[in-house]
Write a protein that binds this ligand. Structure first.
Ligand code: NAD
Ligand code: ZN
Length: 219
């Protein structure tokens, strides 16, 4: 799953129109270097995104996936999205390989907490120990959470069918999961409004919005 599944809930994708914030590209804000240089700027961007997410509702695509999970006991939802729209739609078996935008983690003592207030009272927010907190997301150049990634790889290897939904399929290692699933024997179905690097080798590629296609094809 990628940002495209949340596009129809009004959350801009990273590489599409509307992904820019105050003329910054996400690639220039979602990095450890950007945070070290200007934590306030980075937090202002995350606070803006939190505001969009808090005001958004799950769409018909999120809901179709949650229904599908209830119908198929081995259903695993692997997402690069850091929003909570899948949970709010009713999905439960979710692997967030790029973290969670509502988590704040201390850069010194490592303690984590969920903070759902937006706008934040203090930017950048601070831990009880006095040090800065950072968003609990994976930035460019950082490793993925090992346990969650291992579970995602395991699910991909076991899958009979793998849906590749609303992702530009260019950010690794997440983008490699579908290829690994295919090598392990899964049928790969892509759903996207546009062609991606994966379109040429997946088994089926459907063009259109996830919120329209998913309710039509999932049981
Ligand atoms: P993306 O913005 O790169 O791609 C979105 C994809 O969705 C595109 O292929 C687009 O054609 C498609 N799409 C748009 N609307 C759609 C719709 N209605 N239905 C179906 N498809 C639609 O997003 P991505 O692939 O999720 O990006 C990869 C990852 O890069 C992100 O998930 C994120 O983890 C990471 N990233 C993170 C940050 C951060 O803040 N940590 C910033 C930038 C990128
Ligand atoms: Zn601390």
């Amino acid at each position: 799953m990628g940002a495209g599944i949340s596009a129809e809930s009004g959350i801009p994708t990273f590489r599409g129109a509307g992904g820019l914030w105050r003329n910054f590209k996400p690639e220039d804000l979602a990095t450890p270097e950007a945070f070290a240089r200007d934590p306030k700027l980075v937090w202002e961007w995350y606070d803006w995104r939190r505001g969009l997410i808090a005001a958004a509702e799950p769409n018909a695509g999120h809901c179709a996936l949650a229904r599908s999970e209830r119908a198929h006991p081995n259903f695993t939802l692997i997402t690069q999205n850091v929003d909570d729209l899948h949970e709010r739609a009713g999905s439960r078996n979710i692997l967030k390989v790029h973290g969670d935008i509502w988590i704040q983690r201390c850069v010194v003592c490592g303690s984590e907490r969920q903070e759902r207030n937006t706008p934040l009272e203090e930017v950048p927010p601070r831990c009880g120990c006095g040090a800065l907190e950072r968003p609990g997301v994976v930035w460019f150049g950082e490793p993925l959470p090992p346990d969650i990634w291992a579970a995602a790889e395991h699910a991909a290897m076991e899958a009979e069918a793998f849906l590749l939904i609303g992702t530009s399929a260019v950010v690794y290692p997440a983008a490699g999961l579908a290829a690994a699933a295919k090598r392990a024997g899964a049928m790969i179905l892509e759903i996207n409004v546009a062609d991606t690097p994966a379109s040429s080798w997946v088994d089926y590629s459907l063009r259109g919005p996830a919120a329209e296609i998913l309710p039509a094809i999932l049981v």
